[in-house]
Design a protein around this ligand. Sequence first.
Ligand code: PGA
Length: 282
Amino acid sequence: MVGKFLSQSCGGHDGVCDFCGPNVRTKIMRNIVAGNWKSNKLMSEALKWMEDMSPWMPNRGHVEVMVAPPTPYLAMMSSDAPKGLSVIAQNVSSEGSGAHTGEYTAEMLKSCGVSGAIVGHSERRARFGDTDALVAQKVRALVSEKLQAVFCCGETLDQREAGTAQTVVHDQLTTAILGLDASALPFVVVAYEPIWAIGTGKTASSEEAQAMHASIRGWMAETFGVEKASEVAILYGGSCKPSNAQELFSQQDINGGLIGGASLAPLDFQGVVEGHPASQQA
Ligand code: PGA
């Protein structure tokens, strides 16, 4: 798949940097826009959304389009999804099969045709007990089934104002991603979602977002090497919508987005995907 041409770097340097040396241009392999419906839509509305998306899907160019509907619709949506639409879950069990009432395993998701799951979303971390350790186990459960782990990280407003945003994000990466074998990286997608921007209408500026993405790419490069790091898609999430998608997705280390509110209406979601430079690639 043809991706956005990017400098393979730790921070968008035009010259020489510690990680990339002379500026070598390479291809980022993945461009992704993923919708996160959270707890929204009834079954009939989910079906209508897919029906409305279906004729538009050929317009996505070289963007991988994913949607994370509520759990009850996963199997149905996976089997009915139009070509090019990957259906992912919003969560997965950290455990294998067994006596774990209410949980569903990565293997079960796979058996339903589901392509992966979002893990570590700040709403789950804050309200449903998803600790760093649990999130790390969930990432492992997914990648061991060769499913996509859309791993969310991001700081609170207090942490940003205290100047600790980067440390917080690096710590989250360290807990969940550091111990992975490099062979698992094709199944890892990082979603940087500043908590203060989620559902608030307040978006990180493209400079703020790019700076954090570059720092995440740098962490990846230090941990797994430049080449592997350049292949991991790093998505931005937090009040991303058609009017700001292009500006955000044009940044060097922003490979797409994780979209909440603007993924609910097909036209908005399509507008976000169309903001991605890779959607223009034939
Ligand atoms: P938002 O949500 O786009 O509604 O801000 C993003 C997310 O929580 O993934």
